[in-house]
Ligand binder design. Structure first.
Ligand code: R2B
Ligand code: URA
Length: 301
């Protein structure tokens, strides 16, 4: 079935939250961010155009520094400091860009996405795009490839998100903006990049078919069948958040993209054996493509 067309937010539109209950709250506490709606969020974040998120706090800080340098945003004398609390997530603001980490897995990114969408809505930020900059296991592509996701699949290859809602299941579409994916692909520069589907694993080991977890009841043949079926279906990488990210942003009409660097080719093994220098380069590949897009859209060259 063809996915329904989405009217993504226009450049002058604010995120429209889909929750009538919020208007009854005197103050909405964005608990995991350490921010709340009684603060002057409009003057703090009203100019944001891009919310960039990746798993690790270290990478979020690193991306914030690269953004400051390349977008020529002045950094305060005491350096870039996270805003709000850092117990769970670290949020940096660099001009029109937020860089935040979302932790690992669907449970963690669900919290980050909900609170970031509310933050942007309360701040009245217009035409905000969400970009996930992550790591992943490649399927039939060499390590260091940046995979730009056009659709997220579940780890049993379902082409939708089977969302749990208050004790029942609701199917949600996980197709991402094709236009934005192509635009990002055109910003790849010298980085080896592909557009393809992404499997969102409910874990790192057994759900991704790995043979090296503490528990493994499947065979090498089971794993290879899984990976080869996925590859035949157009999947080029596997990570742990794409389904939630794609379904969530689509529900709220936020134009969104996922750019993940591959750390290994899963058709050749399960262990991540690259050196720290190689891993830093792989992460930089996705980050640089995102910065190329942001610079292009903001007219900074
Ligand atoms: C990619 O890498 C993490 C696991 O190592 C996970 O957050 C993901 O999606
Ligand atoms: N992240 C994942 O979820 N899987 C990998 O194989 C590598 C990074």
């Amino acid at each position: 079935m063809m996915p329904e067309l989405v009217q993504y937010l226009k450049d002058d539109e604010v995120i429209e939250l889909k929750n009538p209950n919020l208007k009854d709250l005197d103050v909405d506490y964005l608990y995991h961010l350490g921010l709340d709606s009684s603060m002057d969020l409009e003057s703090m974040f009203g100019d944001i155009k891009y919310v960039c998120m990746g798993g690790s706090a270290e990478r979020a800080e690193d991306f914030a520094h690269k953004a400051a340098e390349q977008l020529e945003v002045e950094v305060p004398e005491d350096g870039l400091q996270p805003i709000g609390k850092t117990e769970r997530f670290s949020l940096y603001k660099v001009g029109p860009v937020i860089s935040i980490n979302h932790g690992m897995g669907i449970g963690s990114i669900e919290i980050c996405l909900n609170e970031m969408a509310k933050l942007m809505a309360y701040a009245k930020a217009k035409g905000v795009k969400f970009i996930r900059l992550g790591t992943s296991g490649g399927i039939g592509v060499p390590p260091g490839t940046a995979v730009i996701t056009n659709q997220a699949l579940s780890d049993i290859l379902e082409p939708f998100d089977n969302k749990s809602v208050a004790g029942y299941k609701e199917q949600r579409e996980t197709v991402l903006s094709d236009e934005l994916a192509q635009k990002i692909f055109n910003c790849r520069g010298k980085v080896n990049a592909v557009v393809g589907k992404t499997i969102s694993g409910t874990g790192f080991y057994e759900p991704q078919g790995r043979l090296d977890g503490a528990i493994c009841k499947h065979t090498e043949q089971d794993k290879m069948d899984f990976l080869e079926d996925a590859h035949d279906a157009g999947v080029r990488n596997m990570e742990m958040e794409a389904q939630e990210f794609a379904a969530f942003t689509r529900e709220l009409r936020i134009k969104a993209a996922i750019i993940c660097s591959t750390l290994l080719n899963r058709l050749k093994g399960d262990q991540v054996t690259s050196t720290p220098e190689e891993l830093a380069q792989f992460a930089d590949n996705s980050q640089q493509i995102a910065l190329n897009l942001i610079k292009k859209e903001l007219g900074i060259e």
